[in-house]
Design a protein around this ligand. Structure first.
Ligand code: MTE
Length: 327
């Protein structure tokens, strides 16, 4: 998504993916060997700090879930391996493989989410309270990135509306802003891109209240790995993936349309609404088709669906709007 100088283009973008992954596997092996040797040199205490249970240990913990009627079915799920190693999480580096390598340092406990702004009952929620607030549902959603690749992901969570109802939005509240965790000492890869941190995204209040908008804690029935946005993220399945802010610490209800990271970066390329729309091309590429990650090469290419296949549920949110203008 970034416009970068040739000297900044990571090799992952110019090397065939299989070759790149093989090289990464080799590097990872070499690096983990080096880490073990390095930890021995540092002493046991420092080594324990490097693999602190506050960071990566929760990922993979099983979550109790119930089935949801709001699931997309009938499509092959993207393998866990692809969902967790092909990521956009620019706080942890620009190449797709970097977040899975680097995000282990994100401290996911203790963690709170502050819900503030134009609400009658502002509140700071502890993440473990949020996890238990409603039954966690399995929701299989199509996940479409603006870069024209897609996945099918079994997320775990419940509708964001359940949380918003608790804080009682005021009638003046028209938008919801999401702010991600940011600490440049922890996320030291964040200066690889020109983004103004923290990562900020937003939805209109009616979009945020739509039952499909998921407050997400897990995938494949387990706690989210850090690179996928632990401990809590948003998933808005009818919009391009960048609307789904990861590792959220603040949810703010506001009157005016909030500033958003990608709209700040390039307003002609990334609109506020960013609904998946095969009829509105990105200025630099077509959005008519997409590449389904994780399938054999010959079967990856497919037609992009209006609203990513959720048109029946969400078209009415945009009645009377020119979707070419409000892209
Ligand atoms: N949230 C934060 N905090 N930082 C990011 O860089 N990237 C966005 C979105 N949320 C991003 C983020 C983009 S561009 C996409 S496509 C999705 O996360 C990717 O989610 P995934 O890695 O789980 O597929």
């Amino acid at each position: 998504m970034l416009i970068r100088k040739p000297s900044e283009i990571p090799s992952s973008l110019i090397t065939p993916r299989t070759q790149y992954l093989n090289r990464r596997r080799f590097l990872r092996g070499a690096l983990s060997g080096a880490a073990v040797a390095g930890a021995a040199a540092l002493g046991v205490d420092r080594a324990a700090e490097l693999i602190s249970p506050r960071t990566a240990a929760l990922a993979g913990t099983k979550l109790p879930t119930v089935k949801s009627p709001l699931s997309t079915t009938g499509e092959e799920l993207t393998p866990y391996q692809d969902i967790t190693t092909y990521n956009n999480f620019y706080e942890f580096g620009v190449p797709k493989g970097d977040p899975s390598r680097n995000a282990g340092v994100l401290p996911t406990r203790p963690w709170t989410v502050k819900v503030e702004g134009l609400v009658n009952k502002p509140k700071t929620f502890d993440i473990d309270t949020l996890l238990k607030m409603r039954p966690l549902e399995d929701r299989i959603y199509r996940h479409r990135c603006v870069e024209a690749w897609s996945m099918v992901i079994p997320w775990v969570g419940y509708s964001l509306s359940e949380l918003l109802k608790q804080v009682e939005p005021q009638s003046k509240a028209k938008y919801v802003q999401f702010l991600s965790y940011y600490d440049k000492h922890v996320e030291k890869w964040s200066d690889e891109s020109n983004i103004f941190w923290p990562y900020s995204e937003g939805l209109r209040l009616d979009e945020a209240m739509h039952p499909l908008t998921l407050l997400t804690f897990g995938l494949y029935g387990e706690v989210l790995p850090n690179q996928d946005g632990a401990p809590v993220r948003i998933v808005v399945p009818w919009k391009y993936g960048f609307k789904s802010a990861k590792s959220i610490v603040t949810i703010r209800l506001v009157e005016k349309q909030p500033h958003t990271t990608w709209n700040d970066q390039g307003p002609q390329e990334y609109g506020f609404f960013s609904n998946v729309n095969p009829n509105v091309d990105h200025p630099r590429w077509s959005q008519k088709t997409e590449r389904r990650i994780g399938l054999p090469l010959f079967s990856q290419r497919r037609q992009t669906l209006m609203f990513n296949g959720y048109a029946d549920q969400v078209t009415s949110l945009y009645n009377g709007m020119d979707l070419r203008k409000y892209y």
